[in-house]
Design a protein around this ligand. Structure first.
Ligand code: SF4
Length: 227
């Protein structure tokens, strides 16, 4: 079964590298099941969609060929996204051997041992924190520590269930480890009413008591209609 569901060239729409052109390699499967998940990652499948076309890619060589075909001079990095890319560390190693383009890891921060395994291959890292999965809280902090030298930023999707106390605690715990840019990402597709906007400002202010670079950044690619 194919471990990569999609490969395409687009604009990074999240976090501090927003607007950068990337080749996205979307891995199948995730170990979580977030309500707001918007990616077709659920299973490994027979086909990979490469810039909109169905293809059968048999191995890392085929994946590397597709990456090469999509390369343009404005490419910043290869986004390893998902699903959860850290489920596939062996394939990531094989991809790394076959390309010179820097690797950008987008992880849900729940698999620190896997992050440790491949940290030396990674140039950029985005650690998403799943605040509504408390059982992974310590793993998330460990993952941040492991990836902290990797041009890292931390991102939290702000659903209506997240409160300022949770953000304050998280920012304080992160500060004990590192001081990465901290991004509050308003959930896409919900009404950003006055209360919600005030909460965002309050969260930003609270996080700013601990961390030196706090930003509120929505998903840009959704506004632009990109993948
Ligand atoms: S961690 Fe990411 S890919 Fe996995 S279910 Fe949550 S939003 Fe979807």
């Amino acid at each position: 079964m194919l471990k990569v569901r999609e490969i395409f060239s687009s604009i990074q729409g999240e976090g501090i590298y927003v607007g950068r052109r990337q080749i996205f390699v979307r891995f199948a499967k995730c170990n979580l099941d977030c309500d707001y998940c918007d990616t077709a990652h659920k299973r490994e499948g027979k086909f990979c969609i490469v810039n909109g076309k169905r293809k059968i890619l048999k191995n890392a060589d085929d994946i590397a060929d597709e990456i090469k075909n999509l390369y343009t001079k404005d490419i910043f990095s290869i986004s390893l996204t998902g699903g959860e890319p850290l489920i596939y560390t062996s394939l990531i190693r094989q991809i790394h051997k076959r390309t010179d383009i820097p690797l950008y890891l987008e992880t849900n921060s729940t698999l620190p041992e896997k992050a440790y395994e491949i940290k030396n291959l990674i140039t950029y890292a985005a650690c998403g924190i799943k605040i509504n999965y408390p059982k992974f809280y310590n793993d998330s902090l460990k993952t941040i520590e492991i990836l902290s030298g990797k041009n890292l930023f931390v991102k939290v999707v702000i659903t209506k269930d997240v409160d300022t106390g949770q953000i304050g605690r998280l920012a304080k715990n992160i500060k004990n480890i590192a001081d990465p840019p901290f991004v509050l990402q308003p959930q896409t597709g919900i009404k950003w009413d006055k209360i919600y906007k005030n909460n965002l400002l309050e969260m930003s202010e609270t996080a700013g008591n601990y961390l030196s670079d706090v930003r509120v950044i929505p998903q840009l690619h959704k506004f632009l209609g990109f993948e």
